[in-house]
Design a protein around this ligand. Sequence first.
Ligand code: GLA
Length: 698
Amino acid sequence: MAIQQIGNRVFGLQTKNTSYVIGVEPNGLLETLYWGKKIENLEDFQEYTAEDHKVPNLFGPQVIPEECSSFGGLRYHDTSMKVVFADGTGDFRYRVEKVLQDGEHLEIVLKDTFYPFAVHLHYEVFPENDIIKKWRVAENLGETPVELESFYSGEYSLPGNDYQTWNFNSRWGAEFRGHSDPIRAGKKVYESLYGLTGHNANPFFLVHKDAGETFGDVYYGALEYSGNFKTVIEAVNSEYLNILIGISDTDFSWSLQPGESFETPAVYSGYSDQGFEKMSQTLHRFCLEKLMPSYMAEKPLPVLYNSWYATTFDVRVKDQIALAENAAKMGVELFVIDDGWFDGRNDDTAALGDWYVDLSKFPNGLSELITAVKNLGMKFGIWIEPEMTNKKSKLYAAHPDWIYRYDNREVLMGRNQYELDMSNPEVVEYLIDIFDKLLTENDIDYIKWDMNRYAAEVGSRNRDSSEWKEIWFRNTQGVYRLIRELRKLHPHVEFEACASGGGRVDYGAMRYFDEYWPSDNSDPLDRLYMQENYSFFYPIKYMRSWLTDDFGMDNRSVPLQFAMYTAMCGSLGIGTNLNETSEEKKEIIKDYVDVYKRIREVVQFGDLYRLKSFTRDEIHAVQYVKNERSVVFVFLDHEQYGKKYYCLTLRGLDQDKNYRIRMNGSEQVKNGGYLMNKGIYVELKGDYDSLLMELEEV
Ligand code: GLA
């Protein structure tokens, strides 16, 4: 049973390997009793109360790790909600009113002891996936409005205060730079105020106790949301760690009118007793099985060519057709034309919003290129940036009130562009029509959906200024509505989420997109670091990775194989200027594309093992295992002290099976137990050497 009730006050959420236990205290508060390794028999929790962990001279809620702490009432840490009633009363004093269970779904209703207001705590258990989903609904049952000043999706707590937290400190071109920090006092806050997820930190929490890849306790949760988020991890003085995750309460407020409800985004949480690797594998599988849009869920992503790095804004039909011809010869399956195809778009100062083909670049319309691409046997994709406009555009000239701004402030630019007011349903409707038309009139199979500026001056012409603190949330809902409608109207189109590279990598985007563009930095060495940290929470299949000409931003030049293998660690793309690539190099790239097609089932759908990492080891190695097959990529960035042989112990194989190993053109057979315990030596030398090992059960 996924949900067990013990007596009348204890509820256990049981997955295959974990338990999460909640109890109603004698004073009516809801306590998190336990989270961790599975306890089959939960009977003993029946007797347990906060009295069992008394702290000298602290009383009431201060000593209780709560499921839904609310501001006020002897609570002095950051709480998971703050509500203000019409008379100014600023705390929610609740009692558990009822508990409803339906299969794997549990709902606990907390009702205020005086005001007609309730909070519904929802839990859904995915027993086989080892994941628990939490979300909340606030309900105004009265006659007067209620202000929600803070309302997180979930609260978690862990006993003691000897933990470390992990998240990113990143920016454009340097996404997914992970850091582990101890948290023994005070709070650690990871937040986005960018109006979208952004590059800096990511909407998840990861708390661990000196864990490594394959050992240690790890507690984690990922938020299904692409707007301003906040994670607060606090070492509370009554000796527990409190974790909040949800919509950021900075500049947030929601006025709940009589009879209205407000639902938070969901958070997906889990526990691993075997370090980060098991966490990632659990999350990857859950994403593939339960979150990603069904159209692409089971299909491998096609090998893509994108012409951005080759031609930037100088997009002309003749060159694009020539690129497409080259791409097709190399086995590319999806040809994508990036920015620069629409009317007046010659650089980044104009035309966003004018989603009509530029006839000076495509005299016969888009169809000439599309037909050529299709005749070459490839799918066709195109770039859009729906949420934006430029000062120099027909859209802005016609609708100057459709952007966010304050009347008495100059509107600040980001990449020379304005942000459209997606909290305004009229704007969203307009965009649905425009892009529906684009997709209906043209045979388009794929959309790269970009978003290239952060929010500022969030004032809307469409609503009263008293409601502006709702805009952040409403904006995200507007974006979701647009993509949801387009997917509904065009269910066979593949969508990629990009926001100046990796600014929209989150579980909210995963609901609607089929893949992410993790970074505009395609330097292979930088990418190996990024890809490793990306993979902590996000599945490999979602990770587009390209071969490009000048490798990003580091003025580094690396051998083609190193760059190719790095890109082949994810969903492969190519962005080199094929019109200027030698025939010989094209031949070699084609061979790699063939190899990728042979192994992509294992890479995109297999379990990932981060065997070695440049952050700890001399080499970097990732292994993918799917059923009887496995693939290993190994990288050396520089040879040192003449060392050329490195021992790799593999993981995820069957102890008792034999495997045929193909590496560097030679073959050998070894037993799974041998490979996972004794290991196998690989030879790598010089700077930027790399190799690929393919294994198959015999
Ligand atoms: C952003 C994206 C790039 C590219 C350009 C086009 O920077 O991250 O991949 O699409 O926009 O302008």
